[in-house]
Ligand binder design. Sequence first.
Ligand SMILES: NC(=O)c1ccc[n+]([C@@H]2O[C@H](COP(=O)([O-])OP(=O)(O)OC[C@H]3O[C@@H](n4cnc5c(N)ncnc54)[C@H](OP(=O)(O)O)[C@@H]3O)[C@@H](O)[C@H]2O)c1
Length: 242
Amino acid sequence: MEKPLEGSVALVTGAGRGIGRSIALTLAAAGARVALAARSIAQLQAVQQEIIAAGGEAACFPTDIAQEAQVVRLVAATVEHFGQLDIVVNNAGVGFFVPLEHTSVEQWDYMMAVNARGPFLICREALPHLRRSTHPFIVNISSVVGLKGYANQAGYSASKHALLGMTKALAREVQAEGIRVHAICPGGVDTDLISQARPDLDRSDLMKPEEIAEIVLFLVTRRGNAVIDEVDVRRRSATPWG
Ligand SMILES: NC(=O)c1ccc[n+]([C@@H]2O[C@H](COP(=O)([O-])OP(=O)(O)OC[C@H]3O[C@@H](n4cnc5c(N)ncnc54)[C@H](OP(=O)(O)O)[C@@H]3O)[C@@H](O)[C@H]2O)c1
């Protein structure tokens, strides 16, 4: 049976666990060859094995996206390995969930470096390769806190607002070239990160990583004239304003 992403190459950051792992598995199951990036090599290898066991193809690229030289190497190595790049998913993210007055400069800078500057660098390096693709996509995983503010999340929220702003500007910048740039803004998803950010939430009430991966797959398989700028997705029990 033909798979919708057969012939495509996807780069997924933060692919070792949580939402990124699900995105990598889902894109691979749809036929994409996947470059897996994060810092923990053991987690990347575990995901690579899952993909291979399911009949897919993936390669591991241990990378700290806060380091410019490592991002440059990641994109170059992906293209060198697979020969092309069609889909970029900027999913890697970190958070320090403390009151603003207890946030250190190091914590603030690190959230901005990973959540906003990392995706900027990856987009910058990927664009020349995406221009050669027949179906080029960038999907940036922002957050509901890229739209709103929550207590104890000032730095995290600022970094996710920055990512969303960059996404909107880039979407217009490369629209005429046919490169589609999307943002997804999820509410609570059941991962390691949410248990630090919102220990008050009932885990059984959270969205599953697979639900975000399904949205990514939907976006990167669009072939028509419609362009979806942003997908806001929240828990069933969360109010639109809460
Ligand atoms: N869970 C939620 O409720 C939720 C809601 C909205 C948005 N998000 C966003 O969704 C994305 C995925 O989050 P998650 O919940 O799946 O978190 P997670 O389970 O903690 O996974 C985060 C991933 O990012 C990677 N990462 C962190 N720092 C990195 C760095 N400097 N360089 C490269 N990779 C790095 C981690 O791997 P290493 O540590 O091995 O590097 C890991 O693979 C994040 O951008 C997060 O902000 C999550």
